[in-house]
Write a protein that binds this ligand. Structure first.
Ligand SMILES: Cc1cc2nc3c(=O)[nH]c(=O)nc-3n(C[C@H](O)[C@H](O)[C@H](O)COP(=O)(O)OP(=O)(O)OC[C@H]3O[C@@H](n4cnc5c(N)ncnc54)[C@H](O)[C@@H]3O)c2cc1C
Length: 449
């Protein structure tokens, strides 16, 4: 069999799906979507059972179809804020987008359980059968290399006799009277701790290995709909605080006081920033865990406890070790998104992967040449360190300035479901422009120092 398409998309994860959706809806082009996994949605297929989106469903998925019902949660630790889709909802959503929208269009050819080989053929990983495929452009929708604990082994040794499982198995191994050691300082580890506390495990029975402490985002400031005014106020406040800061430390202290960035322990200055986002109720729960192991990365787990880069930490022999150390937000080297006949999907707004993929597809359709497209699509790599907060906030702000000078693009952004921010951040207020310029100058000064 042979096939020709306009776009050959490698990856049917959230980014590949969000890209393809805009191409389908804004052009008459055809696509082949190839993925090693057997269902669309990428890593969500391997996520832990109690995972939910970290940001409102309202901003997630593909641009053309709502995810969720735009409801505000009435119960739980996200109470009062917009709903967060569960793993099941996210997987079902992408499945329906594929079956109800993409395939019936007649312009999408979907190859699950497949990859593209060195000869450019689509190869089935099940049967080995091949399809000769040619395309006008190749889209790399796997460049961001999302890792989740279930799909890779931890990079520390585990002695025999020790129970160490990926976070996916937490609910299966948990039991009365157990001691837990949560390994990892990121959002997955926070989810694991919250799951234990929500199941009434005593905080003293949790030992949390946090090689680095993190600046954490307050989810109340990232809300759509009837709560968007608060998001707007917090955005204005953030720019004012950055504009008035003397030093990076002063900036973080001000943002902390404004409840834009939180830290779990007032005695520990965070060195990490990876967009982890929680509510005030979740934050208060996380602070209940006081057995925090800050001795660097785990090197080995032995029956008598943890061997870490900076020492050892004794734990009972039947402790359950829960691996939450996979890198779901790898800081990949930036490359030009549009190059020759290739499109490499990356973030153009930090930690907004699906928005970014949809935006890149719009740029592909709406702009003539690669240079122009790359100017609009300036990459904002994932953050990792506290300093990266400054780097990505500056890059986001500069992208926003570039985009705001293009009226057609501005209108697209305001109408885009996946863009939770442009509409609320739009301002003709001369004072705000002045504040924005001062904030940009300060961030540039902090990074140059
Ligand atoms: C627990 C968790 C919660 C999150 N919550 C949010 C949130 O609330 N809001 C938000 O905006 N973001 C969130 N994110 C970020 C999230 O990673 C992205 O939103 C998104 O799901 C990433 O999708 P992706 O397509 O880049 O990657 P993936 O999900 O990894 O998908 C890539 C796919 O490409 C396939 N692939 C790659 N290369 C090839 C190849 N050569 N051939 C064939 N197939 C290939 C892989 O098999 C995979 O299925 C969250 C992430 C995690 C881990």
């Amino acid at each position: 069999m042979s096939l020709h398409v306009d776009y050959l998309v490698s990856g049917a994860g959230a980014m590949g799906m969000a890209f393809s959706d805009v191409i389908l809806n804004e052009s008459d082009k055809s696509l082949a979507i190839v993925d090693r996994r057997s269902a669309p949605g990428g890593h969500w297929n391997d996520a832990y059972p109690f995972v939910r989106l970290h940001q409102p469903s309202a901003f997630y998925g593909v641009n053309s179809r709502a995810l969720g019902d735009d409801l505000i949660d009435q119960v739980g630790w996200n109470k009062g804020l917009y709903e967060l889709a569960s793993k099941g909802e996210v997987c079902s959503y992408f499945d329906r987008v594929m079956r109800e929208q993409f395939l019936p269009s007649g312009r999408v050819h979907y190859f699950p359980n497949s990859e593209v080989n060195a000869q450019g053929q689509v190869v089935s990983l099940v049967t080995g059968s091949t399809v000769d495929i040619t395309s006008n452009k190749q889209v790399d929708a796997g460049y961001m290399q999302v890792e989740v604990p279930a799909t890779r082994d931890p990079d520390y040794a585990v002695d025999s006799g020790v129970t160490c499982v990926p976070v996916n198995a937490l609910a299966k191994v948990a039991g009365p009277g157990r001691i837990y050691s949560i390994i990892g300082g990121g959002k997955t580890a926070m989810d694991a701790v919250l799951w234990l506390l929500s199941n009434e495990v005593e905080a003293k029975n949790i030992h949390w290995v946090r090689p680095r402490d993190s600046w954490i985002l307050n989810r109340a400031n990232i809300q759509p709909g009837e709560l968007a005014a608060k998001s707007q106020q917090s955005f204005v406040r953030q720019m004012v605080e950055i504009a008035e800061s003397e030093t990076p430390e002063d900036m973080f202290q001000r943002l902390n006081a404004a409840e834009i960035l939180w830290r779990l322990d007032d005695a520990v200055w965070p060195t990490m920033y990876r967009c982890a986002t929680v509510t005030s109720a979740e934050f208060a729960q996380l602070q209940r865990v006081t057995n925090v192991v800050r001795m660097g990365h785990v090197q080995r787990i032995q029956t008598e406890g943890l061997q870490l880069a900076e020492g050892s930490y004794a734990l009972p022999h039947d402790t359950l070790y829960i691996d939450c150390s996979a890198d779901g937000l790898a800081k990949r080297p930036s490359k030009a998104i549009f190059q020759d006949q290739s499109i490499t999907l990356q973030t153009v707004r930090f930690c907004q992967q699906v928005f970014s993929a949809a935006f890149i597809a719009h740029a592909e359709v709406a702009y003539a040449d690669d240079a122009e497209k790359n100017t609009i699509c300036n990459v904002v790599p994932h953050p990792d360190t506290a300093e990266d907060f400054i780097r990505v906030t500056l890059a986001n702000t500069l992208n926003g300035v570039t985009w705001s000078q293009d009226e057609a693009l501005t209108q697209w952004l305001i109408a885009a479901r996946l863009d939770g921010f442009s509409a609320v951040r739009r301002s003709d207020d001369a004072n705000m422009l002045d504040v924005g310029m001062k904030a940009i100058a300060n961030m540039q000064r902090f990074l140059a120092a």
